[in-house]
Design a protein around this ligand. Sequence first.
Ligand code: CA
Ligand code: CA
Length: 211
Amino acid sequence: MWCYFPTPFYNGYFKYHVSFVHVSATAEFVPDLPRFAARQKVRVIIPPSHTALCAAELKSTVMQVKVLSALLCFVATTYAGCPLGFHQHRTSCYWFSNVRCSFPEAAAYCRYLESHLATIESQDEDSFINGYAIRRGRAPSYFIGATDLNIEGRWMWEGQRRMTYTHWNTKQPDNSGGQEHCLELWKYSKKYRWNDKRCDTPSNFICEQEL
Ligand SMILES: [Ca+2]
Ligand SMILES: [Ca+2]
């Protein structure tokens, strides 16, 4: 089947049998493409010029039809959306857990599902997650992917990216008992706002996977 080809799509190239075919006449050459290709165990064919669409590979009509099919499959795969059980919003897929566990266990669950604990980095993303959690999720709280484990009070997404958007509940984060270092969405008055929580207290959680 053709439809598995798009998986290693890479900046203007897509996998075609054992080759990469350049599908953009304007894309720049990617310096680390050979290393990427070696990792994928595929052979790389780079067109002789940016104006040629891999001319050597595309001489026959049959080949052009096959390339077009692969492109259509790529588009279909991309826009087919999210893994089973995930829900799409813009370019991300979200999974709202129906199980409760500690923060590190939640992070492991998300990795198992080839995703990560959700990061909420805009009001638009926050509105989607809030709306979905209220309509369909309904758990009292959800872990998402930030902590202040490195330095107390300095909240980071996935331990490394500073927050540019926040939605803390009133008087939070309060680091209650000096032991609250994990971020949860906490439902209060029909809205989920942010609260710092003990990492070992079981909670539902939200995983996110980028398309
Ligand atoms: Ca804390
Ligand atoms: Ca708190």
